[in-house]
Structure formats: structure tokens, C-alpha cells
Design a protein around this ligand. Structure first.
Ligand SMILES: *Cc1c(COP(=O)(O)O)cnc(C)c1O
Length: 248
């Protein structure tokens, strides 16, 4: 059980994040209503997630299928939109269909084809984002930019998925290598693909920016930010350098 103090601290952090998002949007000449906050809820229990939803959180992003199913059973996400943002194995796709409005982390053609197949079985159309390995990191999954055109052509003939945009987790910044460079590259890619008008592809969402860099991401055109730590506090287990890989 959370204490009253923990509850109010969580609510305060959520509202502070919402305010920072709105400010970053206005600073970039954008409408705050166009920026969607998806809270990265991994390792935070159903009570914490529900507390955030009661305080105005409208969308949750979960990383692991097992954890999602468990919290789903507990009613953690009721009243909010649920998305998947983590590494996904093809054999687990079936558990997500019908539960998540969007799978953000589609990192290969094979995975997209598998989602299409499972969605077809359930007679639904699954919204997805394509994850781009914008920093070309060996440890990360995602499409390389040069493979994207071929992938989009292959995917445009599938009818049980709909490609709604792009997602990226840029490298941890080191010295001169700033996140904004990768965010700008992502935005350019987003604009270029929009202009090409592939069938079944609508570039509605550009998902990038986390606790450390969401304001920069908004300045560069993100309209979905995925934020965990700034809302829920530090996750209760050892952190390695990359918060998105820590529980693989
Ligand atoms: C954990 C996670 C985030 C949020 O990370 P924070 O630094 O805690 O805000 C965003 N995206 C993905 C894919 C994640 O796994």
C-alpha cells in the first residue's frame, strides 16, 4: 500500500511533467494538446499506475508482456489507453492483440508480419509504430534508416496492421554526441516518409523523448513522449546505463 505522502508525491510529479510538456510545446510554437504523454509504467505496481490515472494520466506504456498481463488482470490500466513499448518476441504477440491500442516497438519486418497475422485472427486492425535504430547501436533493435523504404513497401500490402508513425530510443549522450542530433534525424525521416505517401502508412506519431530529454524531443517534433522516472520516481532496482534495456 502506498502512503498518503507517496500518493501526493506521485500526483505532484505527474502534474509537474504535464506542465513541463506544455511549456516545451509552447516554447516550440506548438499546441500542448498535440503532445501525448505515455507513462512508462514498468516496475510500477497497479496501485501506482491507478493513482496516476486518477490524477489525470491518459496513456500507459508497458515493456514486458508478462508484467502487462499481470497488471491488466489487476485492473491497473482501467480508464487509460494502453500501449506496448518494449522488446517483443513474436511468440508473445498474441497476448497483446485486443489489449493494446498501439505497439510502438515494432523493430523488424518479421515482427510486423507476425502482428498482422495475429490481428487478422482476431479480426482487428492493430496500430503500430516502427522502431528505428537511429544510433545504429548493436545492442538495440530497430530498423536501420536505409532499410525502411523496402520495409514500408512490404508492409503497405498488409491489412491487419496500420503504420501510424515512428519510435526511437537514441543513444545515451556522450560528450559532443547530443540527443538532439538524433531527434532531428528522426524528424526528417518522419517528414520524408509522410511525403512519400505509402499505402497503409500514416505518419501521425513521432514517439521519442524520455525523462532525461523529453523537452529536447518536443523541440525537435516529437508528439509522443514516453516518461517513467520523472513521474514514478526511480525504479526500485539497480539501473544500468540504459533505462530501456535494464530489464531485458
Ligand atoms: C523505461 C522506458 C522509457 C522511460 O524511461 P525514463 O527514463 O524512466 O523516463 C521510455 N521508453 C521506453 C521504451 C522505456 O523502456
Amino acid at each position: 500500500m502506498m502512503t498518503e505522502t507517496e500518493r501526493s508525491a506521485l500526483v505532484e510529479r505527474l502534474h509537474a511533467v504535464q506542465n513541463r510538456i506544455a511549456q516545451a510545446a509552447r516554447a516550440a510554437g506548438r499546441d500542448p494538446a498535440d503532445i501525448h504523454l505515455v507513462a512508462a509504467t514498468k516496475m510500477n505496481d497497479a496501485e501506482r499506475v491507478r493513482t496516476a490515472i486518477q490524477a489525470g494520466l491518459t496513456a500507459c506504456g508497458e515493456n514486458r508482456v508478462q508484467e502487462l498481463l499481470q497488471k491488466y488482470e489487476q485492473g491497473a490500466y482501467e480508464g487509460a489507453d494502453l500501449q506496448f513499448i518494449g522488446t517483443l518476441q513474436a511468440n508473445k504477440v498474441k497476448y497483446l492483440i485486443g489489449k493494446v491500442s498501439m505497439i510502438q516497438s515494432v523493430s523488424s519486418l518479421k515482427l510486423a508480419q507476425c502482428i498482422d497475422k495475429e490481428a487478422k485472427k482476431h479480426a482487428v486492425c492493430q496500430d503500430i509504430l516502427l522502431e528505428i535504430n537511429i544510433g545504429r547501436e548493436a545492442a538495440k533493435s530497430g530498423f536501420f534508416v536505409e532499410d525502411l523504404g523496402t520495409a514500408l513497401e512490404a508492409l503497405s500490402s498488409l491489412h491487419s496492421i496500420r503504420i501510424r508513425g515512428l519510435m526511437a530510443i537514441p543513444p545515451i549522450p556522450t560528450g559532443m554526441d547530443k540527443s538532439s542530433r538524433y531527434f532531428a534525424e528522426m524528424h526528417q525521416l518522419f517528414v520524408d516518409i509522410s511525403a512519400k505517401k505509402y499505402d497503409n502508412v500514416s505518419m501521425d506519431y513521432l514517439s521519442m523523448g524520455m525523462t532525461a530529454d523529453f523537452e529536447e524531443a518536443i523541440a525537435c517534433g516529437a508528439n509522443i513522449v514516453r516518461i517513467g522516472t520523472a513521474i514514478f520516481g526511480k525504479r526500485p532496482y539497480p539501473m544500468n546505463a540504459d533505462p530501456t534495456r535494464e530489464i531485458q
